[in-house]
Design a protein around this ligand. Structure first.
Ligand code: GDG
Length: 467
């Protein structure tokens, strides 16, 4: 049976406490337990000089292989090209994108270093699956090192509209490297369409049958393949003693008020300022509801070395302070704004205690929080999900209350609708949403992608062989 080699920027070893953070960590730990293989990437640690020494670890059925990076690599590749150039641009924030040749050079250098380091680990029939915007040129670097294995790439963030992408210096050169892969995956048809538009109209690629796209002598298959969560694990987390305890703690402290919850990495793409303003609009439009509800926003800081993240953090501190100052009473605070992360079972208990889940990114490749919120609900008395139209998840979750996150008035109306929704309607919507979160979970996603990558017939033969 072929092994699966997953390559991504960061690798998180599974922990017994289940404290892993970030959509990717959760997805791969589930996938790699099922599929033998290795997860390779950056350890998150610094070293004085890059050596390419690999640290192997085996934990909970998952083998991880990590390398440390030099300070300059981290500055130029990770904080630079990945998080100051590609992330904002791919989230339609050209105003925040920084274009510096040093960043692009560092990005290329680190991708070459990864290719040099991982190449000796790759065996003849291994299947390679590269993840996300940090690693776009890696496939081409591996091909240049003689690697002829099946190779796939998955993009976890949106693909930007053609005109936006054209503002990236040497965009076409970067995009051309994607043709080194055999299969390229996006979360939604919308991102896939934008990719096709760019490669056809800017680069002269030609569309074929069954998702094939040809550029020069290379042909890739491009597919839409929406990621899911480990639904079983999350349902179990929501029923765990820790979740129950958290649920009680929240309900006790709520004093009969309805909880509206938001959980997001502190990132400008998540629409947190707009969310706070929409909630303030709701307090203004519905003064009778003040003191009947409160918003709990959990926002663990991320990418704190990047200026735009320091800026959004300061903005949110000031905005939550202003709103609380303006509307709080001696026995009520409208926003509980918490800048720390919590273990997953605690998170599950918080979701379950919330009458409303407020997931309103301005742009999001998928958004796993929306799915986790649904999975954590009490099937007898579920809460209501309010979801941004601009999250990839909205295409699969039409029974949520869908909103334009830029409009404070729409957000205010959506909160009012969610709070007033009769139980029968909550149950009807939740059942449909839960069916899709159960069916299209992370294992479904992995299988859908690897079936295309390996070839469905071969995948079936291998799965029969494994049994
Ligand atoms: C990228 C794309 C795409 C958050 N706070 C805590 C915590 N989290 C976990 C959530 C969820 C994950 O982090 C966030 O995943 P998202 O999908 O919402 O967003 P990104 O981190 O931006 O992920 C995104 C994803 O990749 C997968 O393809 O969906 O569009 O941007 O799982 O629960 N986890 C814990 N404590 C916290 O306080 N334990």
């Amino acid at each position: 049976m072929s092994r699966l080699i997953v390559i991504s920027n960061r690798v998180s070893a599974p922990s017994a406490q289940g404290g892993a953070q970030g959509g990717l960590a959760v997805a791969f730990q589930a996938a790699l337990r099922e599929f033998k293989g290795i997860w390779f990437g950056w350890s998150g640690e610094r070293t004085d000089e890059f050596t390419g020494n690999i640290n192997f670890q085996r934990n909970e059925g998952v083998t991880t292989a990590t390398v440390d990076l030099e300070e300059q690599d981290i500055d130029e590749y990770y904080n630079g090209y990945a998080n100051r150039t590609l992330w904002p641009l791919f989230h339609y924030r050209i105003d925040l994108a920084e274009f510096e040749r040093g960043f692009a050079d560092g990005y290329q250098r680190v991708n070459e270093r990864f290719a040099d380091t991982v190449r000796p680990l790759i065996e003849g029939d291994d299947v390679i699956w590269v993840q996300d915007y940090h690693m776009i040129p890696l496939g081409q670097e591996l091909r240049q090192r003689g690697c002829e294995n099946r190779m796939g790439f998955f993009l976890h963030i949106p693909w930007p509209p053609r005109r936006l992408l054209s503002s990236l210096p040497q965009a076409a050169e970067l995009v051309a490297t994607l043709f080194a892969y055999d299969v390229i995956g996006f979360h939604t048809e919308e991102w896939l369409d934008a990719f096709r538009d760019y490669v056809v109209n800017e680069m002269g690629a030609v569309l074929g049958d069954d998702g094939e796209i040809r550029l020069g002598d290379r042909t890739v298959i491009a597919i839409a393949c929406p990621i899911g969560i480990d639904t079983k694990e999350f349902v179990a987390a929501a029923a765990s003693p820790t979740a129950r305890l958290t649920y009680r703690r929240i309900r006790d402290s709520a004093d009969g008020r309805d909880l509206i919850v938001g959980v997001d990495r502190l990132d400008y793409s998540k629409g947190l300022e707009e969310r706070f303003l929409g909630y303030e609009r709701f307090l203004i439009d519905h003064p009778e509801q003040r003191k009947e509800v409160f918003l709990l926003q959990i926002a663990p800081p991320s990418r704190g070395e990047v200026g735009s993240y320091q800026h959004i953090r300061a903005q949110l501190e000031s905005l939550s302070g202003r709103i609380n100052g303006a509307y709080a009473d001696i026995d009520w605070v409208p926003i509980r704004y918490v800048n720390q992360g919590f273990p997953r079972p605690v998170l599950a208990g918080i979701y379950r205690a919330a009458r409303v889940g407020l997931v309103t990114p301005l742009r999001d490749g998928m958004n796993l929080v929306a799915k986790e919120y649904i999975a954590a609900q009490d099937p007898e008395d579920p809460g209501v999900l309010i979801l941004s139209r601009f999250a990839g998840a909205a295409l699969q979750m039409e029974e949520a209350v869908l909103v334009n996150p830029y409009s404070a008035e729409e957000l205010s109306d959506a909160i009012a609708t969610a709070l007033a929704m009769p139980k029968a309607e909550r149950l009807r919507r939740w059942r449909i949403l839960m069916d899709s979160v159960e069916k299209e979970d992370v294992l479904w996603w992995r299988k859908r992608f690897t079936d295309v990558l390996i070839g469905e017939d071969e995948a079936e033969a291998e799965s029969a062989e494994a049994q």
